[in-house]
Design a protein around this ligand. Structure first.
Ligand SMILES: [Zn+2]
Length: 333
């Protein structure tokens, strides 16, 4: 039995046909967690659809109208890179409802998972890269509107930069300054090429750790961007993540941490070019949870991408994130 909740619905399935995005991964993660005894059915909560009002906390009325009336232009539909349907719209509204519920649960249980969501390429006025609605941004704005939190931090560890999230929370920014990379000299030559950029002002602090040479081509600035070169492995990745989280938390005190736990930094990923192992990805999860626990910051997890050649690996990586939370939040509490 887990001391936290997993938000899940069979309707998270994205009706997109044959596609590199494994739409059935959510159900498989749920099944794996139950069949391996990590979780029981009682750990799961069913989300409700986000309301249009919730979605409008982040997205423009014009964009929401187009989605609800099925009137995206061919170009807008192409940018989304998944086939539009009313059922797809419903699945994204549900993912946003799931992230809202996960955020709320995190505030009471210290950690909660949306076994879905993490659609970080959705902008206020358009969707792209398989992402229609930025569920994490909607959850943050809803928690703020309900006076449950004032500030939040996103820690986006998907292999692709969180461009939508960065744009949504851009706010007013100060001049970008190079951050101290205390451990850079101790890292390998590969990591020495890594660039860390930072600038911040606003109520949501965004961190993105991603492969520089990958989608999206234009990367709007996050509060901290760690632009990793191709082929970065476990040790360098973990050092840069540690560095980014420490830098972020020196500058900013979040009431909620939103961890976007993409599985695509994995070395066998079809859309990624980093070299993390399954064990390294679990260490990544543990690091995020240990940092949050040490500072008593509630964590809401969402899953974002994962395109391993073998879908079972993607399911293992995402399931391990739950196991990592269980280990960090149970054993030590
Ligand atoms: Zn991704």
């Amino acid at each position: 039995m887990l001391p936290f909740k997993l938000i899940y619905s069979d309707d998270y399935f994205l009706p997109i046909g044959a596609h590199v995005f494994p739409a059935e991964k959510y159900r498989r993660i749920r099944d794996r967690l139950i069949s391996t005894g990590v979780a029981t059915a009682k750990n799961f909560l069913e989300p409700q659809l986000a309301s249009d009002e919730d979605i409008l906390l982040v997205h423009t009325p014009e964009y929401v109208r187009k989605l609800k009336t099925g009137t995206l232009s061919p170009r807008e539909e192409m940018e989304l890179e998944v086939p539009f349907s009313p059922e797809l719209v419903r699945a994204f509204w549900l993912a946003a409802g799931g992230s809202i519920l996960a955020a709320r649960q995190a505030l009471t249980d210290r950690v909660a998972f949306n076994i879905g969501g993490g659609f970080h390429h959705a902008f206020p006025d358009h969707g792209e890269g398989f992402c229609m609605i930025n569920d994490v941004a909607v959850a943050i704005r809803r928690m703020q509107r309900d006076d449950k939190i004032r500030t939040a931090m996103t820690a986006d560890c998907d292999v692709h930069q969180g461009n939508g999230t960065a744009a949504i929370f851009a706010g007013t920014r100060t001049e970008s300054v190079p951050l101290p990379s205390t451990s850079a000299s101790m890292l390998s030559p590969t990591a020495a090429k890594t660039k860390m950029r930072g600038a911040h002002a606003g109520d949501v602090f965004t961190i993105s750790l991603h492969q520089h040479n990958n989608y999206p081509q234009y990367k709007p600035p996050s509060s901290i961007d760690v632009d990793l070169p191709d082929g970065v492995g476990d040790d360098d990745y973990l050092a840069w993540l540690d560095n980014a989280l420490s830098s972020g938390l020196r500058q900013f005190e979040p009431d909620l941490l939103c961890y976007i736990a993409g599985a695509d930094p994995y070395r066998e990923d079809q859309l990624g070019g980093l070299d993390l192992s399954i064990e390294g990805l679990k260490k990544r999860d543990e690091l995020v949870f240990r940092v949050a626990r040490a500072r008593d910051i509630p964590v809401m997890v969402s899953y974002a991408g994962g395109y391993a050649r073998d879908i079972e690996d993607t399911v293992t990586i995402h399931s391990n994130t739950v196991i990592a939370a269980k280990e960090v939040f149970c054993v030590l509490s």
